[in-house]
Design a protein around this ligand. Structure first.
Ligand code: NOJ
Length: 568
């Protein structure tokens, strides 16, 4: 495995220039509209983030990943982008963005922007032009338009379904008022898929990458990185074949699915890499690619995006055997690709891990991702939730993750031990998954509720006005101010672990150690530092050593169930 300089040994400016800064970074995801609201309009904003830079610095993270902050009608929480090179006026201005970026950098925190290349919004000027232009025009060629089937083109070009439910095609009205062509949208109908076979699209995205890189953005999180290039040779393949491929059974040979994970997509990222390397240090990228584990390395290659999310732990149960297998496999994969591993338990698309682990049979089946079957959530038996157990396991899992080599991706609010909000009235839901599935799947709003900063008061300190998604009464218990300085609080645990992680990581090596039990995982890292996690039901003996951190109180020198400890 590649050795990197210890973060702790690098001073501020060295760290800023270190081309390997991302390899073992702790990256904190901000969902801007739900983080902090500076003007009391109920929507988090850029100035709200700037005001919280001291909080982020004290937390001890290395980078912030900002979910989309671009102009958007919010048909999909901002992943429907109207303009790739601007800030949503509801969130601020480009000048506010520059101020935020400068404040983060001054605090030694890198900035990663979310980029959404698979689709624009239907309000993007390109799409509006396409609607006004005739069939076969250059404007339509920027998207994926097809004539419909049936006698009068009244049927969609194929029976494909959108990830959010319902058909993946929407019919337009032609400029002369007659029913017209159909356009493809893998996600909501407000998110028309761009045509990546069109050179103009490719060039424009290179321009966007430079636009943000010039403004000081250090890296990019690439939305549905595996969907861009498509083979839409007619006749289009039917849904039956597609679903076979999506479940990973015999279906399509690798790389031959009409729109997921095609080999040509890497030609796009090879061009992006050239742009990244124009900068010093090179800009980084992490792919959101829900692909088979064997295909992930392609996205993470140094000639491509450089790193890819693995969502394996996020989908696993709280189980020693599963964790060990996943960790070992991912470390091996990362070595093979030249990237570092990525770890993630929570993000804006899944039920928070403090809740998943409190549901019967652990987390995995409650966190399924975007694999053509939609997003999780329907059927999570919330009435059977054990909040205390969930939090205990989440803290143990996180402390284990922060001891692993590679990048740790954290989602806003997990440092508070925040639970998923299940009690959002239907009338206040925002996620297109909910609307496109007629409420059968409730969607992802429950992890996007604005953060509680204060134990009481207007929107629990989120802003001077309301909150765009309703906060439950119990939110105050988890507030930042309720945990700040409180020994043993989840916030203090994260702060301590993140600080220690910086000091302790000297390389990317990990050595498994005999734990004496199938329910206990134990590994060491260079520098005499080791981690033990008890996934079982009963306390176990601890190896000798100084306790550096523990996810819960130790009992008579033993490691209780559902607890992780770091020892030296
Ligand atoms: C993945 C994002 O994480 C998710 O929030 C979004 O809905 C889809 N991509 C579509 O952009």
């Amino acid at each position: 495995m590649t050795n990197t300089a210890t973060l702790a040994t690098l001073s501020g400016s060295d760290l800023a220039a270190d081309p390997n800064w991302w390899r073992q970074a702790s990256v904190y995801q901000i969902y801007p509209r739900s983080f902090s609201d500076s003007n009391g309009d109920g929507l988090g904003d850029i100035k709200g983030i700037t005001a919280k830079v001291p909080y982020l610095k004290e937390l001890g993270i290395d980078a912030v990943w900002l979910s989309p902050f671009y102009p958007s009608a919010l048909a999909d929480g901002g992943y429907d982008v109207d303009d790739y090179r601007d800030v949503d006026p509801k969130l601020g201005t480009l000048a506010d963005f520059d101020e935020m970026s400068a404040a983060l950098h001054a605090a030694g925190i890198k900035l990663i922007a979310d980029i959404v290349p698979n689709h624009s919004s239907d309000r993007h000027e390109w799409f509006q032009e396409a609607l006004a232009a005739p069939r076969g025009s250059a404007a339509r060629e920027r998207y994926i338009f097809r004539d419909g089937l049936g006698e009068n083109g009244e049927l969609p070009p194929s029976d494909w379904e959108s990830v959010f439910g319902g058909p993946a095609w929407e019919r337009i009205t032609e400029p002369d008022g007659t029913p017209g062509q159909w356009y493809m949208h893998i996600f909501a109908k407000e998110q028309p898929d761009l045509n990546w076979a069109n050179r103009e699209i490719r060039d424009d995205f290179l321009k966007t990458l430079r636009f943000w890189s010039d403004r000081g953005v250090d890296g990019f999180r690439v939305d549905v990185a595996h969907a861009l290039t498509k083979d839409l040779t007619e006749p289009l393949i039917s849904k039956v074949e597609l679903s076979a491929a999506n479940t990973g059974t015999d279906g399509f040979p690798d790389g031959s699915h009409p729109f997921w994970d095609r080999d040509e997509v890497h030609e796009v990222y090879a061009e992006w890499r050239e742009v990244f390397n124009e900068y010093n240090p090179p800009r980084t990228a992490v792919a959101e690619a829900w692909v088979h584990a064997t295909r992930r390395a392609r996205y993470a290659s140094p000639e491509g995006l450089g790193q890819a999310f693995n969502f394996d732990l996020l989908q696993a149960d709280f189980d020693a055997g599963e964790f060990r297998e996943i960790i070992a496999r991912n470390l091996a994969e990362a070595t093979e690709s030249g990237a570092s591993s990525t770890w993630v338990f929570s993000n804006h698309d899944v039920v928070r891990h403090a809740t998943r682990y409190g549901l019967p049979q652990g987390g995995g089946k409650h966190a399924q991702g975007q694999d053509g079957k939609g997003w999780l959530l329907a059927g999570a038996p919330v009435e059977e939730l054990d909040v205390e157990l969930g939090l205990r396991r989440a803290r143990a899992a996180t402390l284990l993750m922060l001891a692993l080599p590679g990048s740790a991706y954290l989602y806003q609010g997990e440092e508070l031990g925040l639970q998923e909000v299940a009690e959002i009235p239907d009338a206040e839901r925002q996620d297109p998954t909910f609307f496109r599935n007629k409420g059968v799947e409730i969607g992802r709003d429950g992890c996007r509720v604005p953060l509680p900063w204060a134990p009481e008061g207007t929107s629990f300190g989120f802003g001077a006005g309301g909150a765009h998604l309703p906060q439950p009464a119990w939110f105050g218990r988890y507030a930042v101010a309720a945990q700040d300085g409180v020994e043993g609080s989840t916030l203090e645990l994260y702060r301590k672990a993140l600080k220690l992680r910086r000091e302790l990581q000297t390389s990317e090596e990990l050595q498994w150690q005999e734990s004496g039990s199938a329910d206990v995982l134990r590994f060491s890292r260079p520098g005499g530092w080791q981690t033990v996690t008890n996934f079982g039901d009963a306390p176990v003996d601890l190896p000798a050593g100084e306790v550096l951190a523990s996810s819960g109180p130790l009992e008579d020198g033993q490691l209780p169930a559902n607890t992780t400890v770091w020892l030296r």
